[in-house]
Design a protein around this ligand. Structure first.
Ligand code: NAP
Length: 512
């Protein structure tokens, strides 16, 4: 042993090596799990699913508020390749949807791919290696040739910017992070927000609380929900003869497609839907003053069209009151509205939606040449076919920019995205590409057309919604039928991409 300055010289520890995966998928909701299933069907098996929670299910794991249910028929809310014949209702509750997701995990043996409590903090592309470095909170980096960002746009709850929000001394609950231990019985409760989540929560809370004050900023257009309890013979029929369920599914799909003619564009169908919604309001709300409060002053479809049979009746209960005065501030004991009344409550429920990454990256993403997605998306997110972004090779997104459905099942959009992504990743691995990058001009052309079409939609007709940035840029919705979306995702147009091969053999390990 040699000695330096009287100390034994230490050996430099050998550099630890980390493996480079073929694919890392971020998020274990419908999109992430579906992508893993389809990749494996194509023989791509070197996959990890990075999930920040400790269970699968995404939004259906997180949204456990009372009354949480899908506002799309159950028969449309499953993968076409894994239909569920046993849905108990026309519109299933969140627990049943979560069961379906767990069933997918078991049936397709996805457990071994899962890495729970892996909260992705950032992505960085190494151009020389042709691989992404994925930083994970409190854990070692993960490395992968391809990344699928499937964390979902409705993952992070948003608390509004109301003065004094931290001063409230009672219970604060967000709809997407429900406190199932809080006992609402006999409590004085305020709900802020009247969107898709609120209209499901309000009827449930109304039955339990002493009184409920609902704070509305903008009323929603609401249509009846054609729900039913599925009889056993129906489940047996779907089970024994899957073609019958496919037929029902197709009928529902095209019925929703027909709705697009009134929801997405301003047509006579729009007027018809508004007439139906107003008739429904008249039928359920006898009080003319409350009806006035609940009548929207914007075009149907501009914000998400809601369905509910029990929201209006809940507002008519003696222990429920709707307030449409703006909220001035939140104070220690409750909510002060603009007309100067302090509403003292034990609990405030924020049904105020999500921080949707429509003008920012979901987490820092560094692409080729050090470019930052945050900077490029500062004025509004944009992608090519909602899946790829120029300058961020080998990165794919599900429910990315302008992939949003306004009238049909999210899964009708997610499935074609997944199949498209599988084609892209298959190309990278088959041809051993260092980078597969969409061309900036193809992306620009795609978006110019998209924005031209969006300008003619109801979403861009003047209301404010989570679909738009503060400047009114629509970075979320797809301006067409789901059928059109599916058609554009069919072909992977190679000419719209730049493919770069590795100079030397790709190394499967990287310094950790
Ligand atoms: P949301 O649609 O964004 O609604 C948020 C509500 O909070 C709106 O009524 C909004 O009023 C109100 N709000 C926000 N900030 C406020 C403030 N500072 N003061 C007063 N009110 C305020 O959120 P969400 O209801 O959670 O739904 C979000 C999306 O999740 C839906 O569009 C849908 O895509 C999805 N979702 C789906 C289901 C389902 O059944 N499948 C169920 C729930 C949610 P304004 O309208 O004035 O902005």
């Amino acid at each position: 042993m040699s000695a330096v300055n009287g100390h034994a010289a230490r050996k430099t520890p050998a550099t630890r090596k980390a493996r480079v995966l073929d694919v890392a998928i971020i998020g274990a909701g419908f999109s992430g799990l579906g992508t893993a299933i389809r990749l494996r069907e194509q023989g791509i098996t070197d996959i990890a699913i990075l999930e920040r929670g400790d269970d699968v299910g995404g939004t259906w794991r997180d949204n456990t508020y009372p009354g949480a249910a899908c506002d799309i028929p159950s028969n449309l809310y499953s993968f076409s390749f894994a239909q569920n014949p046993r849905w108990s209702r026309g519109y299933s509750g969140s627990a049943e949807i979560l069961d379906y997701v767990h069933h997918l995990v078991d049936r397709f043996e996805l457990r071994p791919l899962m890495r729970f409590r892996h909260n992705v903090k950032g992505l960085e592309f190494d151009e020389a290696r042709g691989a992404w470095t994925i930083s994970i909170a409190g854990k070692r980096n993960v490395h992968a040739r391809c990344v699928v960002a499937a964390q979902g746009p409705l993952a992070n709850p948003s608390l509004p910017d109301i003065p004094g929000i931290d001063s409230f001394g009672g219970e604060v609950i967000h709809s997407a992070r429900w406190d199932n231990d809080y006992d609402f019985d006999g409590k004085r409760v305020a709900v802020i927000g009247t969107g898709a989540s609120a209209i499901q929560i309000v009827p449930e809370l109304a039955r339990r609380v002493d009184f409920l004050k609902v704070f509305q900023r903008t009323p929603a257009w609401i249509l009846p929900r054609l729900d039913y309890s599925a009889p056993d013979w129906n489940k047996t029929l779907f089970d024994k003869w899957p073609a019958s369920q496919t037929a029902v599914r197709n009928a529902l799909f095209y019925a929703h497609e027909a709705m697009a003619t009134g929801v997405i564009w301003n047509t006579p169908v729009t007027r018809l839907l508004e007439g139906l919604a107003k008739a429904f309001l008249r039928h359920q709300v006898p009080d003319a003053w409350v009806r006035r409060q609940l009548t929207p002053q914007y075009r149907i479809g501009c914000k998400r069209l809601l369905i509910s049979n029990d929201y209006y009746p809940a507002l008519m209960r003696d222990n429920v009151k709707l307030y449409d005065w703006p909220i001035d501030k939140i104070c220690e004991k409750g909510i002060r509205s603009a007309e100067g009344i302090e509403h003292q409550v034990d609990c405030i429920v924020f049904a105020t939606g999500f921080s949707v990454p429509k003008a920012a990256a979901p987490f820092p993403i560094t692409g080729a040449g050090g470019r930052q997605l945050d900077n490029e998306w500062a004025r509004g997110a944009a992608a090519y076919k909602s899946v790829n972004v120029a300058g961020y090779p080998n990165l794919f997104m599900t429910l990315g920019p302008n992939a949003g459905p306004g009238h049909n099942s999210a899964l009708a959009y997610i499935e074609p995205q997944i199949d498209y992504i599988v084609q892209g990743i298959g190309t990278i691995l088959e041809y051993d590409l260092r980078a597969l990058d969409v061309r900036a001009d193809a992306q620009a052309k795609h978006n110019a057309e998209l924005q031209k079409r969006l300008a003619r939609t109801n979403w861009n007709s003047g209301c404010s919604s989570w679909y738009l940035t503060e400047d009114g840029f629509n970075a979320t919705m797809y301006p067409g039928f789901a059928t059109q979306y599916r058609a554009q995702m069919k072909a992977f147009v190679n000419a719209d991409y730049r493919a770069i091969r590795h100079n030397a053999e790709f190394s499967r390990t990287v310094d950790a």
